[in-house]
Design a protein around this ligand. Sequence first.
Ligand SMILES: Cc1cc2nc3c(=O)[nH]c(=O)nc-3n(C[C@H](O)[C@H](O)[C@H](O)COP(=O)(O)OP(=O)(O)OC[C@H]3O[C@@H](n4cnc5c(N)ncnc54)[C@H](O)[C@@H]3O)c2cc1C
Length: 404
Amino acid sequence: MDRLFDLLVVGGGPAGLATAHAAARAGASVLLLHRDARIGLPIRTSGGSWLFHLRQLGIPDHLHHPIRSATFASPNVQATTRFVTDDYAVALDVTKTYEYLAGLATDAGAEVLTGSRFVRTEQLADESFRSIYSQGTREFTVRARFIVDASGSARAVTAPLGLQPRPTRYGVGAEYEYENLSPDLHHCLLLVGSQYFPAGYGWALPGPDGRIRVGVGVLQPDTKARPQPMLDDFMASELPRKLGLVTGRLIEKHFGVLPSETPNERAVFGRIVCVGDTAMQALPLIGEGIRYCIEAGRVAGAAIASAAREPDAAATHLATYERWWRKRYGYEFWLAWKMNVRIASFNDQQWDMVAKVMQGLSPSSIARGLRSEIRPLELASFAFRRPKLALTFGRALLGGALSR
Ligand SMILES: Cc1cc2nc3c(=O)[nH]c(=O)nc-3n(C[C@H](O)[C@H](O)[C@H](O)COP(=O)(O)OP(=O)(O)OC[C@H]3O[C@@H](n4cnc5c(N)ncnc54)[C@H](O)[C@@H]3O)c2cc1C
């Protein structure tokens, strides 16, 4: 007999782990399948996030490293911001954070199977799913009442069933992690414009354990440029030294892809629920996804546990998750998407203008801008102080977006 679970979660990234935790904590029986041999390895993300939001999610402080200041460097302008309040950026220890989330899930009673690849599923007459997964060359079957597709850009459950197409536009990133020998271990760089990279944008993000992650990301197929050769050229040039970036031994290389498309209308397909990158829950502006995936996973997991308890009202319970997402983040993600499409084709002059605008903003406005939490009052105040710059910037960044 196949084992029967309330919930099968596919993918052990932040979205799947948070979903498994929340569903198990609410009383559901949960099996999570994770393709890789270990949780949190290999690293496919930079791990930048925000202190305030991580604390709200209960992620302990020892899992991240504070970023106290940031320089936004365009070809001819540099805007440096010092974060003075608790609203500052941090760099997560990605592996330890994902292990922490896995610990929460298993402590709540979820079973987490690593080295286990979901292969396919079919829905049976009683509406449950019979799924096949593999461990090496061996295949196993398992039954579950609900499935969460948290497999990231793979969309391992929903794409083969034709519920969601595989993405066609991706953020593609390459990142090297070095010993950080820079004098300031809490300063990060954001680099834009052709002087640094012929396409995309770059970053230098100091992390825990005296390390720094230097990376570049591009949007494909908007550009054919590949991030790794650009990163190699950058690191071999004089530019890091000129920017005050001093790196020691190369420790690790990270590569990742992130779907970058119009925010999804739907995250629930009958008894199959999408969470995380599968549901386009990374903010399109700068590709920040981890904390959104954790939050969405917690809401989805609780809704699925309610649906498992009351199968006749399953659709109603699952709809609360979809509605919550739209209400909580619908506008911010829509705005971030509009800006993403515009900045993808910015030239050097436009990047200089962005840097000039940043020079006139407070640290908290910059932090909120990077999270697309743009407040009309702040915009009005900036427009009052710098009317010409505000108009040119608004046109470049938003175009006709706000009139729609
Ligand atoms: C280059 C880059 C830099 C980024 N930087 C940041 C950043 O600084 N801050 C931030 O917050 N976000 C960042 N992101 C985005 C963030 O990494 C994602 O939004 C987040 O990881 C999505 O989590 P997830 O759980 O949905 O998917 P993932 O983290 O992709 O996890 C899905 C997991 O599912 C597994 N899987 C896939 N197929 C199967 C299968 N068939 N069976 C079983 N398991 C399967 C995969 O192995 C994978 O580990 C970045 C992304 C990229 C690509």
